[in-house]
Design a protein around this ligand. Structure first.
Ligand SMILES: [Zn+2]
Length: 319
């Protein structure tokens, strides 16, 4: 399997010390403050080969960070896939049976199907149900700028702005193949006050993605009031007060593959802006896929071009 010659610069941390945890669910640890406050959940390894999040959580554990108020829960999600990680075939360990991040609807979680990922999602569901705020740490196939995925609700977009990094905030509805954890339950409900963000930190195995994961995690914890900047200064490289100008991309559609063969018209890596409406993006079987409007942004073109999955998302800068 080709991995585009990306070097695996990151070393997957040993997460065995976190297996027992203290919640009754393996690889889930929770800390409670005396002062009341929100329940914050930080998750890594939703995809088993996205090791930057595991590094960020490991750093948080090693630094002994505790919440000043409320509760802080740290979870390693798809541990079974992570344990299959092999630096020679780093792309292979995204999941064992199916994508953990397409299972988050009550119908699927309560349904009769069985898989490694469904078993893990079902075990984690009470943890996710109990959280008020979620940050899910991910990385991407191509080395493009980090992207905060804020979903469709204004309160999530507001939280992304309070976190202050990265520069790009993407607002989208997810995938036809199934809902993500960040869209599950109250996180996707306009009537709820729960809020979730998903950060795509950069290319899966570049050193910088671990720094982005750490910085975003710390800024998230500061933004929601779990910690003070001085509590985490020892593991943060960032200037916590620096706020870049952030831009928002609204995703208008996901291109879902409907044939047995999908090819891109060019070697897209993501965040290309195609100026003219009608520009050719690729071919889905015999069908041309073209941009629906001027200045269309291509977001996270996939290398797993399989029927029913998302090939690429399309959006535009709105801010
Ligand atoms: Zn991911």
């Amino acid at each position: 399997m080709s991995d585009l010659n990306y070097t695996v610069e990151l070393v997957p941390p040993d997460i065995e010390p976190y297996r027992a945890g203290n919640t009754g669910v393996e690889y889930v640890t929770t800390f409670e403050a005396r002062q009341a406050g929100p329940h914050v959940l930080i998750t890594a390894l939703t995809h088993g080969n996205e090791i930057c999040g595991a590094i960020a959580l490991d750093r948080l554990f090693q630094a002994g960070v505790r919440p000043r108020r409320g509760r802080l829960t740290l979870a390693f999600n798809n541990v079974a896939a992570y344990h299959e990680f092999d630096a020679r075939y780093p792309i292979a360990s995204r999941y064992v049976d199916e994508d953990f991040n397409r299972l988050w609807s009550p119908a699927t979680l309560d349904g009769p199907r069985q898989s490694t990922e469904l078993a893990r999602a079902r075990a984690l569901r009470p943890i996710v149900d109990a959280a008020d705020l979620l940050l899910d740490l991910h990385s991407m196939q191509y080395a493009t700028a980090p992207l905060m995925l804020a979903g469709l609700l204004p309160r999530s977009r507001d939280l992304a702005r309070r976190v202050g990094i990265p520069e790009l905030i993407m607002c989208d509805a997810g995938h036809a193949a199934g809902p993500r954890m960040r869209d599950y339950g109250g996180f996707g409900d306009p009537a709820s006050s729960k809020t979730a963000l998903l950060i795509e930190c950069g290319q899966h195995w570049e050193r910088r993605s671990a720094e982005v994961a750490t910085d975003v995690m710390l800024r998230f914890l500061i933004a929601v009031g779990s910690v003070h900047p001085e509590d985490v200064a020892g593991i943060g490289g960032p200037d916590f007060n620096a706020h870049a100008k952030q831009r928002v991309i609204e995703v208008t559609e996901a291109v879902t593959i409907s044939s047995d063969r999908f090819d891109f018209a060019d070697d897209y890596r993501g965040l290309e802006v195609l100026p003219e409406k009608g520009s050719l993006i690729g071919h889905d079987g015999d069908r041309d896929v073209r941009t629906p409007y001027d200045n269309c942004v291509l977001i996270m073109p996939s290398r797993r071009l399989v029927r029913g999955q998302t090939a690429v998302r399309l959006g535009r800068f709105v801010d």
